[in-house]
Design a protein around this ligand. Structure first.
Ligand code: C6P
Length: 419
């Protein structure tokens, strides 16, 4: 993994050596319909570097055993590797303590855990949970479930025409009944980066607990949960160049301690009697059953890889891709970009006059270009913009300027087909 920065690093403008990075991702060499793969669906899932694939296969070849339970050699080694990743994630998020890192199946499970368990701890009839219009369904539906069980209500902070959170309107929604604020760090459908620190300051004025959906943030930005000031932060391994089936929930220790278990089973208990049971300490209280051990180990390798590339270099490269794609696509007649936030990740949602986004996706696919088309699990947001769907190109640090040009050429082809 050496030498990911080009020789110009020594000069004023450091640039990623993207061609060198691409060699670490075996899938990027494959052809699709005989054409080079142009993978621009990174918001759905990212591709995996060889180091992640090898960490997982090495675990299965040399170490596979269940963790925490066995006294034998393999079980001890597997437990060490699994727990070492917890320490790694603690540092990655700048969390206060490793007991605050809970491994889950992904962002969706992390948010369900916090909604169900924190909701049972905090919410009663008449209380309020504040969300934003740009939330993914994973940060809406779990709150609906707990609100209908407790009698609490959902309030929604609007977004403006550029796809930015309206902070004044958000602040006006806050009141002593606001117990929880849950918002995304980066919107999957617009790319908007939300001012989480400001949101937290406002929410703390009414003593609300703040839950952040970091699914789309961790691949683009360095996250420091103490600096953000939030109370919970959730993300998925597979959007961070790691495997599917694993995610993280960071939560403040005092809240996790006070919260009831989310799932019952092995590993999460201290004692079990038929009359009643007692719980293990955090984080184990929230990790019932055999966890995704190989996936956690793969996630550890992914974090190593991303930190080796470096967030400063990622931000520089992705901003250039975002600006290039924005300029090129918006110069095509009929293209309208949805989401023009001042602070925006390399995610470009667009519509093309007279063409359904699914048709754009299908024609681009035949060119070897993978994008996503649809409502992106953000139906209320689509409704806000008066559209049913968008086409979305989402970039990662291994994408190139030539791929931006391929996307633009593909969109021109769509126009030719429909004209
Ligand atoms: N968004 C997309 O194409 P899971 O599925 O649990 O890993 O992540 C859910 C999720 C939660 N929040 C946000 C902001 C997300 O973007 C996602 C997943 C994918 O945009 C699949 S819909």
């Amino acid at each position: 993994m050496n030498g990911l920065l080009s020789s110009s690093t020594q000069q004023k403008h450091s640039r990623l050596d993207v061609q060198r990075i691409r060699e670490d991702f075996p899938i990027l060499r494959r052809l699709v319909y005989g054409k080079p793969l142009v993978y621009l669906d990174n918001a759905a899932t990212t591709q995996k570097p060889r180091s992640v694939i090898e960490a997982m296969s090495s675990y299965y070849e040399h170490t596979n055993a269940n963790i925490h339970r066995g006294l034998h050699f393999l079980s001890e080694r597997a437990t060490e590797q699994y727990e070492a990743v917890r320490s790694k994630i603690t540092k990655f998020l700048n969390a206060g303590d490793r007991c605050e890192i809970v491994f889950t199946r992904g962002t969706t499970e992390s948010i369900n855990l916090v909604a169900s368990s924190l909701g049972r701890l905090l919410l009663k009839a008449g209380d309020e949970v504040v969300l934003t219009t740009m939330e993914h369904h994973s940060n809406i539906v779990p709150w609906q479930l707990i609100c209908s069980a407790t009698g609490a209500k959902i309030r929604v902070a609007p977004v403006n025409d550029d796809g930015e959170l309206c902070l004044d309107a958000f602040e006006r929604l806050l009141n002593p009944k606001t117990k929880i604020v849950a918002l995304t760090h980066v919107s999957n459908a617009l790319g908007t980066v939300n001012p989480v620190q400001q949101v937290v300051r406002m929410a703390k004025a009414v003593h609300a607990t703040v839950v952040v959906d970091g699914a789309q943030a961790v691949s683009h930005l360095a996250v420091d949960v103490q600096q953000l000031g939030c109370d919970f932060y959730a993300f998925s391994g597979h959007k961070l160049f790691g495997p599917t089936g694993v995610g993280v929930l960071w939560g403040r220790a005092e809240l996790l301690d006070a919260m009831p278990p989310y799932q019952g089973g092995g590993e999460m208990i201290r004692t079990v009697r038929f009359e009643s049971s007692t719980w293990a300490k955090i984080p184990h209280k929230f990790e019932a059953g055999t966890p995704p051990i190989a996936e956690v180990i793969g996630l550890g390798a992914a974090v190593d890889y991303v930190l080796h590339v470096g967030y400063a270099a990622i931000a520089e490269h992705e901003s250039a891709l975002r600006d290039g794609a924005t300029r090129t696509l918006s110069s095509i007649p009929g293209v309208r970009i949805i989401g023009n936030a001042h602070d925006k990740a390399a995610v470009i949602s667009f519509v093309l006059e007279g063409v359904h986004p699914h048709d754009i996706g299908t024609i681009l696919d035949r060119e070897g270009i993978a994008i996503r088309a649809g409502h992106h699990c953000a139906q209320p947001l689509m409704e806000r913009f008066g559209i049913a769907a968008t086409a979305r190109a989402s970039f990662a640090f291994y994408n190139t300027r030539a791929e931006v040009d391929a996307l633009a050429a593909g969109v021109q082809k769509v126009i030719e087909v429909f004209s």
